[in-house]
Design a protein around this ligand. Structure first.
Ligand code: ADP
Ligand code: MG
Length: 282
């Protein structure tokens, strides 16, 4: 098969995927988006690809290059719609909730006064998140009305219009960890706890990965959540409450998996390629 790997930076994950494609005996077509011209009005020679794995760190590059590849006839994993829906936390929460997947209580508002109404319902602490972003950046916890107003004040002076969409969420009082589960084409090949002293458990912020053995109930929840978001290759984040309930916090459509491979010993890059081939052939 001819398999494209679409990327802007080469992280450990992209290197692992490139190696896996080669080791499995397929033809690798690296697509380094920063070095390419993408004609919108002419073919770009992608039509020979059987599929491409999208790995751009930049959301905009990922979305733009996926749109071009798809419109020019290439199956991209994940698809344009999945990347867009997962990247946008507002949309992810809406979609999961509409499909009866448990998510923390969440509301959106566009000005500070109405945010105070949300806060009255959610209580403090509550979480304020950018609708786009990762690595825990600018995800904030308001401990009381004053700190909420301060956070909103910062957001309203940011240049990007996205910060003026205030996404407020119930704080889940979790143990000092959350769960990252991988969903590959209706399978759940691996999961980790991200253990941290900080309430933000991102490994990018020092959260420590520990292998997690998921209950059948949790595996089912991960599968249903992945299906709702459209399938493919996903990293699904789960918060546990102290009274034993689970909530889906977010879904990543271009997930990092280095730490999961390190602590579980599972070859996720190889599995990603193998399961994609199997599911695309069907
Ligand atoms: N509602 C919440 N209650 C408690 N902790 C949360 C909540 N939402 C997020 N967190 C913590 O903050 C971290 C970052 O939030 P997340 O929504 O995953 O943003 P990012 O996309 O930047 O990773 C999560 O990994 C989790 O530990
Ligand atoms: Mg996250």
């Amino acid at each position: 098969m001819k398999i494209g790997i679409v990327y802007d930076l080469i992280r450990w994950e992209e290197r692992a995927l490139i190696d896996a494609v080669k080791k499995l005996g397929h033809d690798l077509v690296p697509i380094q988006v920063n070095r390419k011209v993408f004609w919108l009005t002419e073919p770009n020679g992608f039509s020979e690809l059987d599929f491409a794995i999208q790995r751009c760190v930049s959301f905009y590059r990922a979305l733009a290059s996926t749109a071009i590849l798809e419109e020019q006839g290439v199956t991209v994993v994940n698809s344009f719609n999945i990347i867009r829906d997962c990247e946008d936390k507002l949309y992810t929460t809406l979609k999961l909730s509409r499909n009866k997947i448990p998510v923390p209580k969440t509301a959106v508002s566009f000005n500070r006064e109405t945010c105070l109404n949300i806060a009255e319902k959610l209580g403090y602490p509550l979480i304020v998140k950018p609708i786009f972003g990762s690595w825990g950046r600018m995800v904030s916890r308001a401990l009381d009305k004053d700190s909420l107003l301060e956070i909103l004040d910062f957001r309203e002076y940011m240049q990007s219009p996205y910060f003026k969409v205030h996404y407020l969420q119930e704080y889940i009082d979790k143990p000092s960890r959350d769960i990252r589960a991988f969903y590959f084409w209706e399978e759940v090949p691996a999961a980790i706890y991200r253990v941290s002293n900080s309430w933000k458990t991102n490994t990018a912020l020092g959260g420590v990965a520990v292998e997690a053995e998921l209950s059948n109930e949790l595996i089912e929840l991960v599968k249903r959540s992945g299906d709702v978001m459209g399938g493919g290759i996903l990293g699904i984040d789960i918060l546990e409450s102290k009274d034993g309930r689970y909530f889906i916090s977010e879904v990543n459509a271009i997930p990092e998996f280095r730490n999961t491979v390190r602590v579980t010993g599972k070859d996720l890059a190889r599995l990603m390629i193998e399961l994609t081939i199997k599911n695309i052939k069907q």
